[in-house]
Design a protein around this ligand. Sequence first.
Ligand SMILES: [Zn+2]
Length: 265
Amino acid sequence: MNIYQEFFENMNDEEWEFFAIDFLNFLGYSILQSPSRGADGGLDGLVENNGIKYLVSCKHFIQSNKSVGTSLENNIIDRIYEHDAKGFIGFYSTLASSALLARFNEFKTRGFDIKYYDKDRISDFLPCLPSYILQKYGLPNNICFVMNVNNSQYQPLKCMQCGIDILEDSRINISRVQISINEQNELEFIYGCKTCLPFEEIGWLEIEEALHQDRLIDWNNYIDSQLLNYTPSLNFYQNKNQFDSRIQQRMFPSNWGQHPLSLVE
Ligand SMILES: [Zn+2]
């Protein structure tokens, strides 16, 4: 089962059309016309890329799980001409039928620029989409964070004060990692619930931020710079190694939030 099933299901037809436009815009298409309410003559939006104008056609059959066939996605060429476009983009929350794909190929040989994004292809892109778009369309909270290992392999990262796993979904936003100076004037590496950690620190990072590779790299560079000024405590590197390896289990893909223009065909 597609882990985003619920995300697709929770959108109504109108939201699906707006999601399509936000999605295509993120991929690099300029928006010429947004979806409108009511009868739209088979037009759910017009977008443009590299000088080519595309008619967008959305089909949202997730509830019935029916694939999009030629009887429901019809008059494609007429609709392209009607809107003075040169291309067509099908945006489907289920799959396209093989008959429809065959028709797409036929149109391509006739010089039309035909693209489609079905449930599987859209799902591949979802981890790259910025969270503000996903949240707008109700991405369930339980997949806001990723899990890169199986349950059986997973090792908790326990708050160094109270022992609660700070990598649990509900704890990530209320935990942090920090470096502090101890009584011997040595550098300590500490992580845990914000409420558990000592207030005095010379640098800290939210766990939510640490899940992003670029932020974690900045943080580690900052620590290196502080190690020029302070001697690390006896447990410093043990704690740091534990943190650096276990945080990987929940880190976002390195392409998260980047513009996947290169993925547009
Ligand atoms: Zn704690």
